[in-house]
Design a protein around this ligand. Structure first.
Ligand SMILES: Nc1ncnc2c1ncn2[C@@H]1O[C@H](COP(=O)(O)OP(=O)(O)OP(=O)(O)O)[C@@H](O)[C@H]1O
Length: 529
């Protein structure tokens, strides 16, 4: 037993003694450094420091890249790359398993009060590192936070460590990969807003906004599958088209014209487009904009990645059009409704007459200047959407090729869209009444998606009734359409005037009925002669 005691003493004493010796040597070195610091001139010290740094740099097998949060000597300009790294690390930190030992979780108060509150964001804690692998190379990110001397201010930065031998080859591709991932994350996580121009004719033109949370998506939208696929492909190509637009020297924007009867889904499609692209929506009420200057002020306040929507473009009263048909139309309308225009009304004063008198009002050229003139290049990634119920009422200047890139006609519900709505609203996929409803649509019955939705909504607890009622309504409309066509055809036959509607779309039952009625009409005509 004593042997073991004796044996144990040197075992314990040796490392202790070694540590003590090491500490005392370090202490002496520190003392020497302090003395040198006081004795040596500052210039010599900084020279020694940089020599030491260079020696370290030449010996280390790594290259280091600093990414400060702010740029410039005053450090006031935000560094976009810092934001990219933050977002990129956020994503990779969430995916990494096991996660780094220390992370910072945060949820701003404004976000916490939203319903539902978003999940807290995760970031790398200051002075901690996380490793990433790219194309087989190991990259290590460290988050630095240094408090400035004599100040509470904190300077934050990331540093990236890459193997020195591969750094030059890896860095550009790695930064591009990082920017793309950050961009994707930003798109999918950012809270979006719906803006509208405030009604202040005399005040400065400004937008007011609320959170945008419209539930319509391309999944909930009942559309012809070919149209849906075309729209999705076009929107995706647009959103991913930064390089294309740069290469071709075109402003990164696109114009959509949506036209169709009320309830055909124009507003729903706009919401679905905004949700698909994760864009903000700027709903521009033109009748509230006093002048072209105000219009320009509003439009330059719109942000990138946004949909700028002007609904019912044909009804925007002051969009008087200083070219083409629009001014003519307004002039005619004014003549027709002369009594309705008060002479003292300043809209009447400044608009009446012709192109030169539109100064001080919003004109078509004022709008076009932003959609495809010089101002079109301010900002990036914007889609301008015009809607109308009457495409014929739109100034041809707006329809010229290259102006509105995509024209979308939304119409009465097709058979496919009707079935989709029925499935979604009442969960019925197969039913003889649905076949009958489909026949009626093929034979010319017209109901907008809003009308179909209305029938289904009021019977949503009774699917059988919903489908029967829908089929009956469509049949009634088909018969009404047949009657209308019969009247047209009869009129054509009796006075020879061509009718608007042809026989296209008339059901076989209708055709039989119409033939019978035409025969009796011809008989009575010949009897009279
Ligand atoms: N394609 C569709 N798929 C699903 N629901 C639709 C569709 N189109 C319209 N709806 C429904 O009809 C309602 C009205 O449609 P929406 O407001 O989009 O029509 P609109 O063409 O913009 O009408 P308006 O010209 O009167 O503004 C929507 O709330 C939506 O529920």
């Amino acid at each position: 037993m004593p042997q073991s005691t004796l044996d144990r003493t040197p075992l314990l004493a040796t490392p202790l003694r070694a540590s003590m010796e090491f500490l005392s040597q370090m202490w002496s070195l520190l003392g020497l450094l302090t003395i040198l610091q006081n004795v040596l001139p500052t210039q010599l010290l900084s020279l020694l420091h940089s020599l030491w740094q260079s020696l370290q740099d030449s010996l280390t097998p790594y290259s280091y890249f600093d990414v400060p949060e702010f740029l410039g000597s005053a450090a006031v300009e935000p560094n976009a790359l810092y934001r990219h790294v933050q977002l990129y690390l956020h994503r990779s930190l969430l995916l990494s398993s096991p996660p780094p030992p220390r992370l910072t979780l945060s949820l701003p108060r404004s976000a916490a009060s939203a319903a539902p509150a978003p999940p807290p964001s995760v970031s790398l804690s200051p002075n901690h590192s996380v490793a990433d692998t790219f194309n087989g190379h190991r990259a290590v990110w460290t988050h630095h936070a240094d408090t400035l001397q004599d100040s509470l201010e904190e300077r934050r930065s990331f540093s990236l460590r890459l193997p020195k031998r591969h750094a030059a080859a890896v860095l550009p591709a790695y930064l591009a990969h990082l920017a793309a991932a950050a961009d994707h994350l930003e798109r999918s996580s950012r809270a979006r807003r719906l803006h509208t121009n405030a009604a202040s004719p005399r005040g400065a033109a400004a937008w007011a906004s609320v959170p945008f949370c419209h539930p319509a998506t391309f999944d909930t939208l009942a559309l012809d599958p070919a149209l849906k696929a075309r729209l999705l492909a076009d929107l995706t190509a647009f959103a991913e088209g930064r390089d294309f637009y740069r290469r071709t020297g075109r402003p990164w924007k696109r114009g959509y014209l949506l036209h169709g009867p009320p309830g055909s889904g124009k507003s729903s499609l706009i919401a679905a487009m905004a949700n698909h692209l994760r864009y903000d929506v700027f709903d521009l009420e033109l009748t509230r904009v006093a002048t072209n200057a105000d219009l320009r002020a509003l439009l330059i306040q719109t942000t990138n990645r946004s949909l700028i929507v002007i609904e019912d473009i044909d009804c925007s009263l002051h969009l008087t059009g200083d070219r083409g048909l629009a001014s003519e139309r307004l002039h005619k309308r004014r003549k027709l409704h002369a009594a309705a225009y008060d002479d003292d009304d300043d809209s009447s004063d400044s608009d009446g007459g012709g192109a030169d008198n539109h100064r001080g009002k919003v004109t078509l050229s004022g709008l076009l200047n932003f959609t495809d003139g010089l101002w079109s290049c301010c900002g990036e990634e914007r889609i301008i959407v015009f809607t109308t119920n009457h495409v014929d009422g739109i100034d041809p200047a707006l329809l010229r090729p290259g102006r509105m890139d995509v024209h979308v006609r939304l119409d009465a519900c097709g058979a496919h869209a009707m079935r989709e709505l029925v499935q979604r609203y009442v969960g019925v996929g197969d039913h003889e009444m649905l076949d009958a409803a489909e026949d009626s649509i093929r034979d010319g019955a017209e109901m907008t998606p809003a009308e179909v939705g209305e029938v289904l909504l009021r019977n949503r607890d009774e699917p059988e009734t919903a489908v029967t009622e829908l089929a009956a309504e469509l049949k009634a409309r088909r018969n009404a359409a047949d009657d209308l066509q019969w009247e047209d055809s009869a009129a054509e036959l009796s006075d020879g005037s061509p009718t608007k509607k042809g026989r296209k779309g008339m059901g076989w039952e209708g055709k039989v009925r119409m033939l019978g009625r035409l025969r009796s009409l011809t008989k009575s005509e010949s009897g009279r002669r």
